[in-house]
Design a protein around this ligand. Structure first.
Ligand code: GDP
Length: 350
């Protein structure tokens, strides 16, 4: 803090929604601003017993005192936006940027008609790729020209910059995952934009030197929905046996799964310039950790796993997810310092 960027470290679905929501409640940021791609991303937030599947609204909505912004890099689908504003009751504190491109029905139709996207790439067919392509040709419609959005549109970049200049806390939320990046991922099985922390900053109009912390989120195992390579992919039966079966938030498709990939994690830390790691679903890998809120409550197997991640990536694990609820989390940020402040690895704390 004051400016923290959150991004996914693998192929999406790492639990960004939960981590963003936790930080919004715990650190009480002035502003949560959504970067990343459009409504082809889905984030799950469990708050006060209600499960929200969000595709556009920042997951930080759980804090009623936080201002919610959607940066100009993010394609906006009006139907999805309105639906989420209603569900989250956040109409009064949202602003979307003048320059957000609009996802139109024809974009979805174009994608549905494309065998390349449907069958080869495994696209969610939300119209986001077609919208980005049209924007690259300077033909997309922008939010500023849509009368029905008038009440919600403004200069979000100016808002973010004002908050930063007043030393207020800002959280930048990325989407998808590092290896779904158009530049750094497993092309062509990728999304239609870069998805790294640098891109999330560009999406919302924050310069590289304005960022204090970059939190890359890894799940305790790797999942991938749609097509594309997945190193170490397990048989479906084995995934079920391990209790790792998951379904996509946007499409409902079953995710493929593999054990934690240290090589990918190291690369993700580099690509994002990560200063911290949030590790989610430790309880799925080690059921003994379920609901743990203190490092002392983890057994040796679990702490060894965390230490190994720190050793191989050189970045401290500062947040550990131990269950789907908000309170199922170990927050080590007060004891573990970011590398800039000299890290104290987990192994040495015990
Ligand atoms: P996102 O797109 O990165 O937010 O990921 P998903 O939408 O796939 O959400 C991940 C799912 O895992 C959601 O249902 C969360 O409630 C859940 N979840 C997040 N963190 C944890 C955790 O530490 N343990 C468990 N058991 N579930 C978690």
């Amino acid at each position: 803090m004051p400016c923290t960027v959150i991004v996914g470290g693998f192929f999406g679905d790492e639990g960004k929604g939960k981590i963003a929501a936790y930080l919004a409640l715990k650190d009480k940021p002035d502003t949560c601003v959504r970067g990343g791609n459009g409504p082809n991303a889905g984030h799950t937030v469990l708050h006060d017993g209600v499960q929200y599947s969000l595709r556009l609204i920042p997951s930080g909505f759980v804090n009623p005192g936080t201002r919610l912004l959607i940066g100009p890099g993010v394609p906006v689908d009006q139907i999805v936006l309105m639906d989420e504003l209603r569900k989250t009751g956040s109409e009064h504190r949202i602003e979307i940027d003048n320059q957000c491109p609009i996802v139109e029905p024809r974009h979805k139709e174009q994608e549905s008609r494309s065998d390349h996207l449907s069958k080869k790439v495994g696209s969610t067919k939300s119209g986001v790729g077609a919208c980005n392509a049209e924007r690259a040709l300077r033909m997309a419609r922008l939010a500023q020209s849509v009368p029905s959005l008038k009440a919600y549109v403004g200069d979000t970049v100016g808002e973010v910059q004002k908050a930063l200049s007043e030393k207020k806390r800002v959280i930048v939320e990325g989407t998808q995952g590092t290896f779904l990046s158009l530049y750094h991922g497993t092309y062509p099985y990728v999304t239609s934009k870069d998805t790294t922390a640098s891109a999330a900053c560009a999406d919302v109009g924050v310069g590289p030197t304005q960022v204090d912390e970059v939190i890359v989120i890894f799940k305790a195992y790797v999942t991938r929905v749609g097509e594309g390579p997945l190193e170490g992919q397990l048989e479906r039966e084995e995934v079920a046996r391990r209790g790792w079966t998951e379904f996509g938030t946007v499409t409902g498709r079953e995710r493929r799964a593999a054990p934690f990939d240290f090589k990918l994690a190291k690369r993700a830390v580099q690509l994002n310039g990560a200063t911290q790691i949030a590790l989610t679903k430790l309880d799925v890998l080690f059921p003994s950790t379920k609901g743990a809120q203190r490092l002392e409550d983890l057994d040796k197997q679990a702490t060894n796993f965390i230490s190994e991640i720190e050793k191989q990536t050189g970045v401290p694990v500062t947040l550990v997810g131990t269950g789907p609820n908000e309170k199922d989390l170990i927050d080590l940020r007060t004891t573990v310092r970011s590398p800039r402040l000299r890290a104290t690895p987990i192994a040495r704390q015990r």
